[in-house]
Design a protein around this ligand. Sequence first.
Ligand SMILES: Nc1ncnc2c1ncn2[C@@H]1O[C@H](COP(=O)(O)OP(=O)(O)OP(=O)(O)O)[C@@H](O)[C@H]1O
Ligand SMILES: [Mg+2]
Length: 284
Amino acid sequence: MPAGAEAPNAGTRPLPVPEAAGSAASMLRFRCDEVGCVYESRSGAIHALQNVSFAAQGQEVVSIVGPSGCGKSTLLRIIAGLQPPTTGRVSFEWQGRAEPPRCGLVFQEAGVFPWKTVLDNLAFGLEMCAVPRAERVARAMEVAVRLGLNSFLYHYPRELSVGMRQRVDIGRAFVADAPLLLMDEPFGALDAQTRRVLQEELLAIWQASRKLVLFITHDIDEAVLLADRVIVLSGRPGMVLDEIQVPLTRPRDLSLDRSRIHEVTRHIWQLLEADVRRELSLPR
Ligand SMILES: Nc1ncnc2c1ncn2[C@@H]1O[C@H](COP(=O)(O)OP(=O)(O)OP(=O)(O)O)[C@@H](O)[C@H]1O
Ligand SMILES: [Mg+2]
């Protein structure tokens, strides 16, 4: 198919029932116990995280907020098993075993494969799981429609805008349909309107698939809008300042829930403001 051609419409039927749905999901748990991370650098040791403990399970959406540089990405990489903690441990329980499940990852900087088309990028996780091509393509197209990428299925990442590349990265995690979704500021590179639409899309996809989602964001409103619980980290070294249960029911309604979201947001900002200013060396 030539570049720019519209792919066959995959329709808007609901996403397939994933592994995490139903009773199996309640068996997914993970916990961080006293996790710490120290990086050695030429200018000395950087204490990125200290004594971070929290747990998540089942179908929760947990947001993590904290000042820039407080170790959020480091924490996500440790939970994903991409780097070991310096101290403490991360443990999983999945389907009765003490091992991590497959996880979908969205990195802060879009991690798309430049040599693969949008379609092949989206289907990559399924390819790794040896899912037959026809099924991979069908599922990738379904997500492409939801993320507004279906006119670009046969384009390469260099032909996309930054925000579109980020959508491909997000879409790949959705298509892979893993029980655990780890997202590091997935909407950071998007404009405000796209961001809002994709926040609603993430809520809809979560509603259909009920994954355990860990979502890092610098946007406190977004953290509250999406999550059941918000973990607030201090400035570096990142320590848990508070865990806040979000008092909103699901499905969330952006227009109705605004004022309640704002109340929680204000509380979180009060916790964070001094550390954010310290990080930027600004007076209070
Ligand atoms: N590979 C590394 N080597 C040395 N220091 C690192 C490394 N990765 C991160 N750091 C340092 O660890 C600290 C935490 O970094 P991290 O990227 O985890 O923060 P963050 O909270 O994700 O920040 P941001 O909100 O800006 O994305 C920073 O001071 C950073 O300079
Ligand atoms: Mg980061």
